[in-house]
Structure formats: structure tokens, C-alpha cells
Design a protein around this ligand. Structure first.
Ligand SMILES: Cc1ncc(C[n+]2csc(CCOP(=O)(O)OP(=O)(O)O)c2C)c(N)n1
Ligand SMILES: [Mg+2]
Length: 743
């Protein structure tokens, strides 16, 4: 029998080859990388076909971005690290453990789609078990949230007790976990680096040394707009290079091996707590922007062919063959297996059940905790007001005076922060002093907010629970949203309502919709306190605006607008303990008003949302209002009774979403006349909706038309004579009430 003798030298080379690694990747891992990349590409191809067959309704491909995606997936840990991947990250998400079937469920819009239950387009990833946080469509909104998510991990490391589950408030429904060396991943396209929020995110990540890795997948186009139009000088790496504390990588993102090496270094920097990392990956986009785009309209063939030569799938195939990791046969076998698995996934997904129309309203708000419920109705416990004994000199000491709205909001924050270590407070100027040594050495008293609502909180709870943000409102809301997703309870401040607009994309497209769009897999309950309103004498148009109806128009966002000190304490506590995002509007004019002061109602006083307060009972006319119009309407109503004997029932709504329809209906049914009054400009204002509902549902009860008194349809002017004329005054309210009473 002939035996083949292997040359020992050849065996050694073969063994050596088999054990050879590529930047630490084994041959087996490279085969796995190719399997994922190829799967990703084939799902894209198949979805494109399904779209043409009208079995799915939209398609966004990850083609050309597979190598950097798989590399990132190999360097990070699903369910341990946190992920904010953008729509081209199919390969990353597959590498983390999402299945083709799950992706196809989203494409067909299935009830069981784990990312959104049929609510979001395909490629809008969300996988709770993997820590892949629900993603949306606006370019760049994920970036600040990712910073907040990473900051939350750091916070929890320093406050491990905050992870405890506590019954009786939102914490009962929010599992919180963290790992001390966790990293947050966020990705975006080259075009998206033009969004301001990108720069706000880099700024904060750098400043606070946040463990986050930014991956810019640069395919040199944003739909049809080329890189040199988006990015000054055409290279984002050059522009960001000055941010301190960062680790930077610029890499060929179509090559999985060099991408892996770059990602590994970047992630190591973050894990070691040295700060954030920035990976600029040059990729290609071979399939146009989406199926609605034809790139041949703006890219010549030569350019497209240049890209095609770098296609990561073919490059990886060639690499595997060249390195002897797989031969053609091996590649064919692997591809066939992928094909079969995908076909099975497609068949199953096409059979999937669709969501029912009845499910639509599910998860706009928390299904677990209803802030209108009796759970949020507690009685005030006022301190015993004992007459103080006369002092030695016989002089009577001053009695304990009721507190202002500003004081009670401050006291409520103080008590809630003591009760709940998950609460963090930040915003512009909210800290006592960012340079905390000044406080420690008692060199300064501290500021604590331009209206002093947060005064003293930093001194009591420390600089990691109460801190200043940059002047960047999207930064405040975006980071807070990311923190709340992790289970913290940010209670942030927007200094003036007039400056809330930079945060509008976060406030309209992100915060209130996270629960709904993820089919309850994620939520971000938090509180945004906002100083609002006019009647300031000199506030002028940039310190006096209202505009609450813009926010009551947003499903998913609770809107609260107290008119007095006691309500502000009770409602703020409900806002903090509830499980929904709340916009808490604080009228600046009421902060220190004599009207509506109160003693502190105790550390557990709560008022449920959606319960109006009847300020005074009446039989002849209903006035519905809220905020700073309440004391003005009360003045007018008292005059009306004095002069004409008309008894007005005055309703203070207290919360605008939800609002108390029952109280309105009962009152209008009794008085048959109704005036809706509000400080915002008249047209399209909040009262318009109330008036429309009354006209619609209470028409038979009415003896007079539904009237409104509100501000003029203009801005609030500086000159007090103009301000008085523009905003609704007690006299205007008196005239409106009188006319209605006499109608
Ligand atoms: C705020 C916002 N503006 C515009 C759009 C429409 N839009 C969707 S993707 C896109 C281009 C994004 O380009 P880039 O960041 O380079 O990512 P790419 O698609 O090239 O991977 C635009 C303008 C959007 N989704 N969001
Ligand atoms: Mg691009």
C-alpha cells in the first residue's frame, strides 16, 4: 500500500495559514463576517423584489455599508453595549443577532414586527433584547440621544442604587441595567454631519468624556448632494480633529479587516473610559439612495463603476479565496445556505398577521401608569401653622408666610430628588455654580436658574445630578431623551419658552413618539420644565411668548400649565412620578405673584392630570381658562358679580393634555354660556379646540355662541402700552363675559 508522505515543511505552512489571524480575526470569524455581509445584501435584493411585487411598501438598502457594519458588530456586545444605528446598518444589526425574519416582518408591516409592530418603515431598527434602541427617520436625531444613553451608563455606575425597582411610580415599570465598561454606538451618514445636532453631540461627548463611538459612514452622497457641498473641504475627519479626548480613525469601510482593526481601537478607547471615539468609514452606495431615487440622474457611469470596484461583497469573496479561507465551492455552499434560510424567512414573513386598526392607539401613552388615576390624588399635608410665641423683647415674630410658586417648585424638586436617585436636573444656568470649588469654599452663593427655581439643588445633591448644559436646547432634550430611555428621570429646564424651538425636532419627532413607534419596547418618560408667558412689562417678544397649542397637538406628550403655587407642587410631583414625557409650563409672571401662594403641601402631595379646578362656582356663565389668565378672569368675574349680579363658574384646566372634559361639560350644561380665555394669540390657539368641542358636543345646551378672549394675532411688544393692548386683560375678560351674559 502506498502511503503519501506529506512534506513536513508544507504541513507547517498549512497549519500556519490555518492559525493565521487578520487583525485578530480568525478564519472562522472571517467566514462568519462574509456570511453576515452576504445575508445583508441578499435581504436588500430580496426586499427590492418584494417592493416591485408590492408585497412590501418601502425599501432602504445597506448595500455598500456591510463591511464596517459587521466589523462594528464584532467589536461590540449585543445586550451589553447600546446601539443607535442608522438605516444603512443592516449588517451591523445582523451581526448583533437580529434575524432576517425579524427584518422582513418590518418590511411587510407585521403585527409581530419586533421593531415597531408595523408602525415604522423597514430598516428602522429596534431590538430590545440586543439594546438596539428604536430608530427614526430624521437624519441625526439619534446622535444626542446616544450621548444621553452613554451618559446614563456612567451615571448609573456612580449611582448603582438608582437601578432599584421601586413600586408606586414609573420605576415599577422600567428595568434599569448598566455595565461599568459599556459603550454606546451611534452611526450616521456623511450628509447628516451637516445637522447642528451632530456638532452639539460631539461637543458634549468630548467635554464630558462620554464612552460613545461615532461612526460616520461616508458614501460621499446624501441622496443627490455630494460630499463637497455638505462638508467644508470635503472631509469630515479634518473638521472634527480638534475635539479633545477623542480617539479618531479614518478607514476604508468596505474592507472588513481594516474596519475591524479601527473599530477595535476605537471601542477600546471608550471602554477604558478615556473618552469618545470617532470612526470615519469610507463606504459606497451602489443602489441609489432608496427605491425612490435613481442615481443615474446625477452620477455618471464612470463614477458608479469606480465605486463598484470597491464593493465590499465581491472584495470579501476575493479576499477569502486569495487567503485560502474558502474556495469557490465553499463560497457557493455558504451562499446557497444563506439563500435557503432567507427564502424560509420570506415565506414566513409573507404569512405574518397584520396589526389591527384597533391597535392604533395603543402605546401613545404608558399602558402601565395612568396619571389621571386616583393613585395620583393625595391630600396636602400642610405644616401646622402655630402662632409663634412672642419674643423676649415682646415683639411678635413674623408668622410663617405662604410660599410662592417658585418656592414650591423648588421644594418639590428637592424632595423628589431625595426620594428618587434616578432624577437628574440639567439645563442652562440651572446649577448653583459649575465651578464647584467656588461653592465648596463658600466664595459664592450660587445661582440655580435664571429664575432661581433650581437654587440649592446642586449643593444638596452634587454636581453629577444637577449641572449646566451648553446653550443648545436640542442638546438638552435629546440627551434627556437618551437618559430616560435608559431609565433615568431627567427633569430638565428650557430657560424661556421662546427658545424651545431648536429642540423642536426632538420634541415632535422623537421624545413623544418613542413608545408608540417601538410598540412599547422603549419609552422615555421625563419632565421638561419651561418658563413661559408674558404680562412681564418689558419682556417683549422673545421673553413673553405662549404657544402651548403647538405642543398639545403632539400625541404622546403630556402638557401641564399650573396657575398657582399649590397646583404647581402637586402637578410637578405627578409629572415626575408618571410614566410619560411631560412638558411642564411655568408662567414667569406667576412665579412670585401674591395670588395663589400656599404653604408647602408635603413630600407626597400629588394632583392627577386631567382634573380641572373650579376656582369659583357659578350658575350664569362658564369661563374656561388656565395659567396667568386665571387670576385675571377671577378679577373680571368678581366685578361682574358686583356690578351685574352675574355668577360666573370659573374653571382652571391645570393640565392641557389631557384636559378635563367632564368638568367642562357639567358646567356648560349648568350655565348654558361659555367663554374660553387664553393668553396665546387668538387664532389656532388652545381654546379653539375647546370651543370646537363644546360647539360639537354641547350644542343643545348652549344659549349663546361659544366666545373666546385671547391675545391679538401678533407678538408681545416691549412697550408696556402695547403689551397691555396685545395680551388679554381683566377688562377684556370683563367685556367678553358681560356680552355673553347679556346675549
Ligand atoms: C432632518 C431630515 N431632513 C431630511 C431628510 C430626508 N433624507 C433622508 S436620508 C437623507 C440623506 C442622508 O444622507 P447621509 O447622511 O449621507 O446618509 P446616506 O443615506 O447617504 O447613507 C435625507 C436628506 C430626513 N430624513 N431628515
Ligand atoms: Mg451619504
Amino acid at each position: 500500500m502506498a502511503t503519501t508522505k506529506t512534506d513536513p515543511k508544507v504541513t507547517a505552512i498549512a497549519d500556519d495559514k490555518r492559525s493565521k489571524t487578520y487583525e485578530g480575526l480568525t478564519r472562522q470569524q472571517l467566514i462568519e463576517a462574509y456570511r453576515i455581509m452576504y445575508t445583508s445584501r441578499r435581504i436588500d435584493d430580496r426586499e427590492i423584489l418584494l417592493k416591485r411585487q408590492q408585497k412590501i411598501f418601502f425599501q432602504i438598502s445597506g448595500a455598500g455599508h456591510e463591511a464596517i457594519g459587521v466589523a462594528a458588530g464584532f467589536c461590540l456586545r449585543a445586550g451589553y453595549d447600546w446601539f443607535y444605528p442608522y438605516y444603512r446598518d443592516r449588517a451591523l444589526v445582523l451581526a448583533l443577532g437580529a434575524t432576517p425574519y425579524e427584518m422582513l416582518l418590518q418590511a411587510v408591516g407585521a403585527a409581530d414586527d419586533p421593531s415597531s409592530g408595523g408602525r415604522q418603515m423597514p430598516s428602522h431598527w429596534a431590538y430590545q433584547r440586543l439594546n438596539v434602541v428604536t430608530q427614526s427617520s430624521p437624519t441625526g436625531t439619534q446622535i444626542l440621544q446616544a450621548v444621553g444613553c452613554a451618559e446614563a451608563g456612567v451615571y448609573l455606575r456612580h449611582h448603582p442604587n438608582a437601578t432599584q425597582k421601586v413600586d408606586g411610580d414609573y420605576r415599577q415599570f422600567k428595568d434599569v441595567n448598566f455595565h461599568s465598561d459599556e459603550v454606546t454606538y451611534v452611526s450616521l451618514g456623511d450628509g447628516t454631519t451637516s445637522e447642528g445636532e451632530f456638532w452639539e453631540a460631539l461637543n458634549t461627548a468630548s467635554n464630558r468624556k462620554v464612552p460613545i463611538v461615532f461612526v460616520v459612514e461616508d458614501n460621499e452622497y446624501a441622496i443627490s448632494v455630494p460630499i463637497e457641498v455638505q462638508t467644508a473641504g470635503g472631509n469630515i475627519s479634518r473638521l472634527v480633529a480638534g475635539f479633545p479626548n477623542f480617539h479618531f480613525e479614518e478607514v476604508d469601510g468596505t474592507d472588513p479587516v481594516v474596519s475591524y482593526a479601527a473599530m477595535k481601537r476605537a471601542v477600546a478607547h471608550c471602554r477604558a473610559g478615556k473618552g469618545p471615539a470617532f470612526v470615519h468609514a469610507h463606504v459606497i452606495r451602489p443602489y441609489s439612495h432608496s427605491l425612490s431615487d435613481d442615481e443615474r440622474l446625477y452620477r455618471p457611469d464612470a463614477e458608479r463603476q469606480r465605486d463598484a470596484a470597491r464593493d465590499p461583497i465581491t472584495r470579501m469573496q476575493m479576499f477569502l479565496i486569495r487567503e485560502g479561507i474558502l474556495d469557490e465551492n465553499g463560497i457557493n455552499k455558504l451562499e446557497k445556505q444563506v439563500e435557503e434560510e432567507m427564502q424560509a424567512a420570506v415565506d414566513r414573513a409573507l404569512e405574518a398577521k397584520f396589526p389591527t386598526p384597533e391597535s392604533i392607539t395603543q402605546f401613545v401613552y404608558s399602558p402601565d401608569l395612568d396619571p389621571t388615576s386616583a393613585q395620583f390624588e393625595t391630600q396636602p399635608e400642610f405644616p401646622q401653622v402655630v402662632e409663634p410665641p412672642p419674643a423676649a423683647d415682646g415683639k411678635k415674630p413674623a408668622p410663617q408666610l405662604p410660599k410662592t410658586m417658585a418656592e414650591l417648585i423648588n421644594a418639590t424638586l428637592r424632595d423628589e430628588m431625595k426620594r428618587d436617585e434616578r432624577i437628574v436636573v440639567f439645563g442652562e444656568d440651572v446649577a448653583d455654580a459649575s465651578r464647584e470649588e467656588y461653592l465648596k469654599k463658600k466664595m459664592v452663593k450660587g445661582k440655580g436658574g435664571v429664575f432661581k427655581l433650581t437654587a440649592g439643588l446642586q449643593m444638596v445633591y452634587g454636581s453629577d445630578r444637577v449641572f449646566n448644559s451648553p446653550i443648545a436646547e436640542a442638546n438638552i432634550v435629546g440627551r434627556a431623551t437618551g437618559m430616560a430611555t435608559r431609565g433615568l428621570k431627567p427633569v430638565v429646564e428650557i430657560q424661556f419658552f421662546d427658545y424651545i424651538w431648536p429642540a423642536m425636532l426632538q420634541l415632535r419627532d422623537e421624545l413623544p413618539v418613542i413608545r408608540w413607534r417601538s410598540n412599547n419596547a422603549f419609552s422615555s418618560p421625563l419632565v421638561i420644565r419651561v418658563a413661559i408667558g408674558g404680562y412681564l412689562t418689558g419682556g417683549a417678544l422673545y421673553h413673553s411668548q405662549c404657544g402651548e397649542s403647538i405642543f398639545t397637538h403632539i400625541p404622546g406628550l403630556r402638557v401641564v400649565f399650573p396657575s398657582n403655587a399649590l397646583d404647581s407642587a402637586g402637578l410637578l410631583r405627578t409629572a415626575i412620578r408618571c410614566d410619560d414625557p411631560v412638558l411642564f409650563l411655568e408662567h414667569k409672571r406667576l412665579y412670585r405673584e401674591t395670588y395663589g401662594r400656599s404653604h408647602y403641601p408635603g413630600a407626597d402631595f400629588m394632583i392627577p392630570f386631567g382634573k380641572a379646578r373650579i376656582v369659583q362656582q357659578g350658575t350664569d356663565l362658564t369661563v374656561i381658562t388656565y395659567g396667568a389668565v386665571v387670576p385675571r378672569a377671577l378679577q373680571a368675574a368678581q366685578r361682574l358679580e358686583r356690578e351685574l349680579g352675574v355668577k360666573v363658574e370659573l374653571i382652571d384646566l391645570r393640565t392641557l393634555n389631557p384636559f378635563d372634559w367632564e368638568t367642562i361639560a357639567a358646567s356648560v350644561t349648568k350655565t348654558n354660556r361659555v367663554l374660553v380665555a387664553y393668553e396665546d394669540s387668538l387664532s389656532w390657539g388652545y381654546g379653539a379646540e375647546i370651543a370646537a368641542r363644546i360647539a360639537d358636543q354641547l350644542f343643545p345646551q348652549l344659549d349663546a355662541p361659544v366666545r373666546r378672549v385671547a391675545a391679538m394675532d401678533t407678538y408681545v411688544a416691549y412697550q408696556p402700552i402695547l403689551e397691555d393692548a396685545i395680551l388679554p386683560q381683566a377688562n377684556d375678560l370683563f367685556r367678553g363675559m358681560k356680552e355673553l351674559a347679556e346675549y
